[in-house]
Design a protein around this ligand. Structure first.
Ligand code: HEM
Length: 401
């Protein structure tokens, strides 16, 4: 069944994306797609019915994500999703490798572990404010949105006073309902802001990522100031909506599993595995796009040069070949690896930071509010069904004072 992905096969060609029937699970059709094969043909409803391949199982998803014959460059013909702005995350080796090496060391090992007291302090300040008000709060604007923004502002060395502007323009740039013009405008605003920041760090470097980037790579003539500003903008954007929604949906999921939540409150050591399981179970970045630059055979299917591929992370993370009872949320699960943060050369640069932020904010929130519960029925929670990154728009909770 090689060649044109939409050529008639034994099964009717499916249209992607599909709707979720249950807010905590990917579309039920994915199970049948995985059974149909690791690589199945589809048409993309958001791209005028353009054909593309869906990668449904974890083994082949890892294969494709690790294979540099599949490009991340959204300007290439055949790329399934059109994007206006593209740096690092939309680049291929060797350029990708060069740019990534400029900042990778900032996000690994001790560097991230050393941020614990900073993140704990920022989290506690937000929780103090929440606890100081009425015993009811929407945790999205009071906790989930400001925390990642505060952390990345601290790392980049940009002022907290600007964080509301940055948070709003970032949201505008990523909102699926924004028009291309609105997205371009928001991206241009963020770009101009970052250009000014880069210039000021060139003049007066501080102890932060942008300062080190300009000192080590711009002042040496190795790269242009615009490149540093572009990378800084990506760091601001890539880690924001994702972390916000993992905090919101993560807390909501735990509230739906009171027994596991109690265990988590009783034993701090469970928070690492719990966050890992939340990442797998929720997979808020449901798919990644690539385009083949050469003919490549994946799982017995020939994908031809120029054909688009959607790697269904949320299907791969429920693959029954890898995970026992894959639809069960289980913080004691022993299978550790999952694709929620990607795989291969583009593996989430902020993976360690995101895990640490989630561990701190979730465990401290549960500890601070032992009686935390939803303020409304689950049915009234607005889920982000129409946007690229899944999550909740609101998380109204109450607690006993
Ligand atoms: C890449 C998810 C948090 C920065 C990625 C990718 C995924 C992902 C799936 C791979 C994209 C691809 O292969 O095309 C997430 C999730 C997060 C999160 C679910 C929250 C829980 C963060 C944070 C940062 C960040 C906090 C801040 C530094 C990046 C960057 C890339 C990336 C810069 C591009 C890396 C590259 O292309 O080499 N993320 N991310 N992410 N993420 Fe995250």
């Amino acid at each position: 069944d090689d060649g044109d992905p939409t050529a008639a096969g034994a099964c009717p060609v499916v249209s992607y994306p599909m709707q979720r029937q249950d807010p905590f699970h990917p579309p039920a059709e994915y199970e049948a797609l995985r059974a149909q094969g690791p690589v199945v043909p589809a048409t993309l409803s958001f791209a005028g019915g353009r054909p593309a391949w869906l990668v449904t199982r974890i083994k082949e998803a890892k294969e494709v994500l690790a294979d540099t014959r599949f490009s991340s460059d959204s300007r290439l013909p055949g790329f399934p999703v059109r994007r206006t702005h593209s740096t690092l995350i939309r680049m291929d080796p060797p350029d990708h490798t060069r740019y990534r090496n400029m900042i990778n060391h900032e996000f690994v090992g001790r560097r991230v572990a050393d941020l614990r007291p900073v993140i704990e302090g920022l989290t506690d300040r937000l929780l103090d404010d929440i606890a100081g008000g009425p015993a009811r709060s929407d945790l999205l604007p009071t906790l989930a949105m400001p925390l990642p923004s505060l952390v990345i502002c601290h790392l980049l060395g940009v002022s907290y006073a600007d964080h509301v502007f940055l948070q709003e323009r970032t949201a505008d740039a990523l909102r699926a309902t924004s028009t291309p013009e609105e997205i371009d405008e928001a991206v241009a605003d963020l770009g101009r802001y970052m250009d000014r920041v880069v210039q000021s760090k060139l003049d007066a470097p501080g102890d932060d990522i942008i300062s080190r980037l300009v000192t080590d790579h711009v002042k040496t003539g190795e790269c242009a100031p615009e490149v540093a500003a572009d990378l800084a903008r990506l760091l601001l954007v890539a880690g924001h909506v994702t972390t916000v929604n993992m905090i919101g949906l993560g807390i909501l999921t735990l509230l739906q599993h009171p027994e596991q939540l109690q265990e988590l409150r009783a034993d701090e050591r469970l928070i690492g595995p719990a966050v890992n399981e939340l990442l797998r179970h929720l997979t808020i970045t449901p798919s990644l796009a690539r385009v083949a630059t050469e003919d490549v055979e994946v799982g017995g299917t020939l994908i031809r040069a120029g054909e688009g591929v959607m790697i269904l992370l949320s299907s791969a993370n429920r693959d029954e070949r890898e995970f026992l009872a894959p639809d069960t949320f289980d913080i004691h699960r022993t299978e550790r690896g999952n694709l929620a943060l990607g795989w291969g050369p583009h593996l989430c640069l902020g993976a360690a930071l995101a895990r640490l932020e989630l561990q701190i904010v979730i465990s401290r929130t549960l500890r601070r509010f032992p009686s935390l519960r939803l303020a409304v029925d689950l049915d009234s929670i607005p889920f982000r069904h129409k946007v690229n990154i899944y999550g909740v728009h609101e998380l109204p909770v109450v607690w006993d004072e």
